[in-house]
Design a protein around this ligand. Structure first.
Ligand code: FER
Length: 304
């Protein structure tokens, strides 16, 4: 019951945010899907859940310092928001500016900010360090921005800031990506650029990733929220998506009330022959158990 009230309140906020916007003829995925979201698709073909190995998210005390990555906080000027904004950047072990790296943009949820993955139980640095120690991931940096594209981008925005999450594509593509491309030793083409996120960040990743296939070849949505565009908005041109997207990968907890955002897209993809993965994490809710699993798996599949 509490969840339903929260959900209805969130939808009202989205509607209010949409109404408050300047006239904008572009499709804003997720803004026009009605007050109570999309009904759950039936007969979804989930992909097999394979348990992650024990310890994938545990720090290995014996791992030498030089085999660990590091995280640094950056500040960049945002043209679209008009402020200086922050992001955390994970650099892999032995990051060497003489080499070139791929980039994963890793987005947070509605209650989070650029620190959520690091400080709220996501341990992305530990997951990545372990993947590198086991030689399971390609060389990449992981950029964790603040996805609330507003002057006040603090966590206190809550559900009222859903509109600001919808505006983040301008900041991401217009300001953050150019900053990363000019301050780190990275490949800048789509085949070396991925986007994934949890909940609101999952919706953003699907919306922005599939909406900008010239920039992102790999797209991941973990427990994607109701800001996720409808399948037909996300994939208006099936043949183009088949050609240009290299990975569309999702996970959601089986006990998460937000499953329909993922399963409707999966059903659409299956009907239309678009390669797409959706793992139903057994009996799990809306939490970092699912999101850590998402990062662990997604990070192994990209840039290969
Ligand atoms: C909603 C339910 C959940 C919603 C957003 C969320 C905007 C996001 C949750 C999260 O990011 O963790 O109805 O509407």
């Amino acid at each position: 019951m509490k969840r339903n009230i929260l959900f209805a309140a969130a939808m009202l906020c989205i509607a209010a945010a949409a109404n408050a916007q300047e006239p904008d003829t572009r499709i804003r995925p997720g803004m026009g899907m009605g007050m109570f979201g999309a009904p759950q698709a039936t007969n979804v073909n989930f992909d097999p859940y394979v348990e992650a190995p024990a310890g994938f998210d545990q720090e290995r005390p014996k791992l030498k310092a030089k085999k660990r990555g590091r995280v640094e906080l950056i500040e960049y000027k945002s043209e679209s928001v008009g402020t200086v904004r922050k992001a955390n950047v994970y650099l892999p072990p032995k990051y060497n500016p003489k080499k070139k790296y791929s980039v994963l943009y890793l987005l947070h949820g509605i209650g989070g900010d650029e620190w959520e993955w690091m400080n709220d139980g996501g341990v992305p640095n530990i997951i990545m360090d372990n993947l590198y120690a086991d030689k399971k991931a390609e060389p990449m940096i992981v950029v964790m921005p603040n996805g609330r594209a507003a002057v006040n981008d603090s966590r206190s925005g809550g559900y009222g800031s859903a509109g600001a999450f919808g505006e983040f594509d301008k900041d991401l593509i217009g300001s953050l990506m150019p900053y990363i491309n000019s301050h780190y030793s990275v490949y800048t083409d789509k085949m070396h650029t991925a986007i994934a996120g949890l909940s609101m960040g999952g919706g953003q990743s699907l919306n922005f990733g599939l909406g900008n296939m010239d920039k992102f070849a790999y797209v991941g949505g973990f427990s994607s929220a109701p800001n996720t565009g409808r399948p037909q908005q996300l994939i208006p041109d099936v043949e183009k998506t088949k050609k240009e997207n290299k990975l569309l990968w999702m996970v959601c907890g089986g006990a998460d009330g937000l499953m329909s955002n993922s399963s409707n897209l999966k059903a659409f993809c299956d009907e239309n022959g678009v390669p797409c993965t959706l793992i139903n994490y057994p009996d799990e809710g809306h939490n970092f158990t699912v999101w850590k699993y998402g990062l662990y798996n997604f990070a192994q599949l990209i840039f290969k």
